[in-house]
Design a binder for this molecule. Structure first.
Ligand code: ADP
Ligand code: 5GP
Length: 188
């Protein structure tokens, strides 16, 4: 019998909305999901490990991969490149896994064009004030970078109508249940 191909999910939302928090909860409870590890030129945060959270590349190596057409999508976000390597995504989908991309809006739109069957999910904060509070509370960026991420967030929030689902991350348990419901829709 031929194995069923997995579904591709794109998770997008402004920095600080809680994508990472919700996805780690989702992944821990679901062994049919594969989280796509992106490549980036940004520096690792304390505790981040190459090949775990990201593949940390130099700008030259990233640009080499762009030239080799290795990316399903890529974008510049606040001075750095971020991109999804295409080969591992295809391998996992072919092996029957559902694959999750956690990417920003420009990349999400590229995937939407190239893979119209991808399920598009936007994770929104309950309010802009709460987004700013979470981003500052995380403490991973200096104030200048926080401001640039918040400016970008204002633009990103204008894209919600391009997504199949908008999930407001108000309360973690509730939002995780809503996401599990979205995954279940394609698995029946
Ligand atoms: P993103 O991956 O979207 O940038 P994170 O998952 O890193 O966001 O979350 C940003 C911050 O907000 C973290 O400090 C996280 O602990 C916190 N957070 C996430 N979800 C919630 C929530 N529902 N309520 C309150 N704080 C949250
Ligand atoms: P961070 O620096 O906080 O890890 O990520 C910054 C932004 O880049 C987030 O919105 C995150 O979703 C996005 N991002 C992470 N990986 C990728 C990727 O492979 N492609 C694109 N386009 N954006 C990504």
């Amino acid at each position: 019998m031929k194995m069923r191909k997995g579904t591709l999910y794109v998770f997008t939302g402004p920095s600080g909305a809680g994508k990472g928090t919700l996805l780690s909860r989702l992944m821990a409870a679901d062994d049919r999901l594969f989280f796509s590890i992106s490549a980036t030129t940004r520096a690792p945060r304390p505790g981040e490990v190459d090949g775990v959270q990201y593949y940390f590349l130099s700008k030259a190596d990233f640009e080499k991969k762009i030239a080799q057409n290795a990316f399903l999508e890529h974008a510049k976000y606040v001075d750095n490149y971020y991109g999804t390597l295409e080969a591992p995504v295809n391998e996992k989908l072919d092996a029957g896994y559902d694959v999750i991309l956690e990417i920003e809006v420009q990349g999400a739109m590229q995937v939407h064009e190239k893979r119209p069957d991808a399920v598009m999910v936007f994770i929104a904060p309950p309010s802009f004030e709460e987004l700013a509070h979470r981003l500052r509370g995380r403490g991973t960026e200096d104030e200048e970078k926080v401001c640039r991420r918040l400016e970008t967030a204002q633009r990103e929030m204008q894209y919600t109508d391009r997504f199949d689902h908008v999930v407001v991350n108000d309360e973690i348990d509730r939002a995780v249940r809503e996401l599990q419901g979205i995954l279940a829709e394609r698995r029946t």
